[in-house]
Structures are given as C-alpha cells and as structure tokens.
Design a protein around this ligand. Structure first.
Ligand code: SF4
Length: 81
C-alpha cells in the first residue's frame, strides 16, 4: 500500500507520510472529521473529508510529534511542518 496519501481539504493540500506516523492520534483528536487510525494503527484520511476551519486543520497537523503531516497552502508553500 502507498505510504503517502494526499488530499485537498479546506483550500490546503494535506499529505500523510505513513512511514513516519506512530499512531499517536493527536491529529485525530483535533480533526476527527478528517483523520482516522486504521487497522495498521496508522493515520489515514476518512472516506469523506469535509472542509473544516483552516486554522484547526493546520493546528491538527502541527501537533504531529513526528512531522508525518505536511501542509501546503494554495500558493504551494509548505506551512507545516
Ligand atoms: S499526529 Fe502524527 S503520529 Fe499521531 S496519528 Fe497523526 S500523523 Fe500519526
């Protein structure tokens, strides 16, 4: 299975590097509409991901202790980590 997942949410590009994820669940706690922990104990996007408050989405990604969540803004600039 691909180690990297990418999705456009709330005008941002969110990338998950599952090779880095340690399943801490920080991102899930802050953005439960977006992320879930799967059967491999790694984070993945939920099937349907609504646009949520952009600040909360960015903060959820910033809380990752291993920088497994990468965020790019609409200009293509990396804002997390
Ligand atoms: S916060 Fe980081 S390490 Fe924790 S589940 Fe989310 S992506 Fe994985």
């Amino acid at each position: 299975m691909e180690a990297t997942r990418e999705r456009e949410i709330s005008g941002l590009t969110i990338r998950i590097d599952r090779d880095l994820c340690i399943g801490s669940g920080n991102c899930v706690n802050l953005a439960p509409e977006i992320f879930e922990i799967d059967e491999e104990n790694l984070v993945d996007f939920l099937g349907d991901t609504p646009d949520i408050d952009q600040d909360r989405l960015v903060e959820a990604c910033m809380l990752c202790p291993v920088d497994a969540l990468i965020v790019e803004n609409a200009d293509g600039d990396q804002v997390v980590p």
